[in-house]
Write a protein that binds this ligand. Structure first.
Ligand code: ZN
Ligand code: ZN
Length: 307
């Protein structure tokens, strides 16, 4: 009898410690994102309730993030998976989801969060035969380079967090509002700084920039790639160079994941300025957050125009 009493006391003590431990410090919500901008948004909205891991570090091709051994355990334990959508990740993500053996983040489940909901894509292919390239199958997925569309992604992330973890709804909503207010102030500043970019012509390696160009009034003339995801041919480069000379295009954009050789050659042949622009946070130094990246993009383009 005495022994039994002691044992239940010990059990009660263990249970009490476990329970207080739980309520005082609940396990963080585990979020995996494909790209670094989504990770930055998730940290801002989730605050201290979340632990965020991005598959990309910032320098990769958004359509082909190379697999690392760390991905599968991260995905296996994830509560939420945040992705860009419009097929941006279709070359690498479906296989990772399958291999992760985590039903929470499978397509159609509440932990699978497509951040493009509510966004109208540009450049939707008229056919699905992949003759227009394979990497933009449902339209151009690079909408986060327009900070106004980034607001939609931030709100989608907040909605997914609230749906999955309603106990923290007030915190998530407050964090979202604070971040959007910060973003809105920056958008006003970027639009003001970008006034000198109105009508400025440019080309880039990959078709990353239609949303950016539309937001800030630039004139996007073409890409070095033949089609999204398809390498240039000598004939295409010759045509692009002639077109750039005829239209006096002053800027060639090179994204960090593509080699510098061809863009540098085109800049040299046309007298244009070559600039290296990140397409997500971390793509070049000092662009660790989305806001820092947008600052960098506007500053660099304005600097190139001033030359
Ligand atoms: Zn395909
Ligand atoms: Zn693309």
């Amino acid at each position: 009898m005495k022994m039994k009493c002691l044992r239940s006391l010990v059990w009660a003590a263990v249970a009490a410690v476990t329970l207080t431990g739980w309520s005082a410090q609940a396990a963080p919500i585990r979020i995996v994102t494909t790209l670094t901008d989504l990770a930055d948004f998730a940290r801002n909205v989730g605050g201290d309730h979340v632990e965020v891991f991005s598959l990309a570090t910032g320098i990769e091709d958004t359509h082909g993030v190379p697999m690392k051994p760390s991905f599968l355990p991260r995905l296996n334990r994830a509560d939420l998976l945040l992705l860009i959508g419009f097929g941006c990740e279709h070359a690498f993500l479906p296989a990772l989801i399958e291999a992760s053996k985590n039903p929470r983040i499978e397509y159609g489940h509440p932990g699978y969060v497509d951040c493009s909901q509510g966004i109208d894509p540009v450049g939707v292919p008229k056919s699905t035969d992949h003759s227009q390239g394979d990497v933009h199958p449902y339209g151009n997925p690079h909408y986060l380079l327009d900070p106004v569309l980034a607001r939609t992604a931030v709100s989608n992330i907040c909605a997914a967090l609230v749906q999955n973890f309603p106990q923290y709804a007030a915190d998530f909503t407050r964090n979202r509002d604070a971040y959007l207010a910060q973003l809105d102030a920056k958008i006003a500043a970027w639009e003001q700084a970008a006034a000198v970019l109105k009508g400025v012509k440019f080309v880039s390696y990959h078709e990353h920039w239609p949303y950016f160009a539309k937001r800030f009034g630039l004139d996007y003339i073409g890409t070095i790639e033949l089609k999204p995801g398809i390498d240039p041919t000598p004939r295409h480069i010759e045509e692009l160079v002639n077109e750039m000379k005829a239209q006096h295009v002053p800027i060639v954009v090179r994204e960090p994941q593509f080699p510098e050789k061809v863009p540098a050659l085109i800049a040299k042949q046309t007298g244009a300025t070559l600039v290296k622009l990140p397409i997500m946070p971390g793509g070049v130094p000092h662009t660790g957050t989305y806001i820092e990246m947008m600052d960098y993009l506007i500053r660099t383009m304005v600097g190139a125009v001033a030359k």
